[in-house]
Design a protein around this ligand. Sequence first.
Ligand code: MRU
Length: 373
Amino acid sequence: MVAVMKIDGKAYRTIWLARDGWSVEIIDQTRLPHRLVIARLSRLEEAAHAIAAMLVRGAPLIGVTAAYGLALAMREDASDTSLARARATLLATRPTAVNLAWALEDVGSLLRRLAPEERAAAAYRRAAAIADDDVAINQAIGRHGAGLIEAAHARTGRARPVQVLTHCNAGWLATVDWGTALAPIYMAHDAGVPVHVWVDETRPRNQGAALTAYELGKHGVPHTVIVDNAGGHLMQQGLVDLCIVGTDRTTANGDVCNKIGTYLKALAAHDNAVPFYVALPSSTIDWSLDSGRRVPIEQRDGQEVTHVSGLAEDGSVVRVQVTPEGSKAANFAFDVTPARLVSGLVTERGIAEASRPGLLALYPEQAARAAGG
Ligand code: MRU
């Protein structure tokens, strides 16, 4: 399948097989937006490091990278012991995005049924299929979500651009292509609906300022970066028509776990009657949990809070400390937005009410697995 989203006229996916036919190439997202650097993953340990150190990030892309990580491991040693070790190594990288466990179970259960000599080729085939599925799923999410933006435009009397607020990066860089929360924006924009995006900077790692702004800019979508605390004020002023964000894990009752700060945006949206939508592929739904309170919340190194990196005047990328020496920092990476604050879940099958019945109406085959019934 061909890549869609472009950087300076060249179409990229976020992950692909290298020319040698077995190693895996990724866009190193720790280097964006100031440098476009392609990194190569040749071993299981490199795939695990890419996820843990966030060279790749975003729930769907974490899942695809883990699938390729299993393929790299099987290429070196396809024994049962190696498979179990690879699964455990990859699973330990990041705890919150359920796509990681989902992809490892998908590929792992397939491989366990095969003879060792068949495993490497099967793992590569399945990883490629998961990547292709991700693109098709995101296109479907985009089509369903674009309708929300078109409807918002109609509500304004088509008098001005639709104002969308998003948090973190749930664009094509967080997936294989298109993105989840940003796919509807790209599709509405491409269809001629005027859209302007308020981009939360998303401290501490600044995925909004660095990645979402980069993507939107490369696609020509008008956008403005704001500090994380500005959203509530903008909503009070009537400057936001709708919010769309992604999610790392949505539980069977419709609670949404996403990047830290999402909950505060949802509270502000609720207080100001601004619709708050969450876009997700079904691989992000954790049918086994009946409440967002049970989602493991990743805590990362405090240095992501105490330090920031950026472009210096001489063109070099530098890292500087913003806190006084000796101050402790806490770095909770995700929070949970209760289902009652979510206007709808935009999935590949359509828009669901954020509730167990709402999700099961779109995914009736999950009724047996869904917790809380
Ligand atoms: O810590 P990150 O950058 O991996 O967090 C990403 C997010 O919070 C995204 O909103 C989420 O993964 C959805 S990506 C389509």
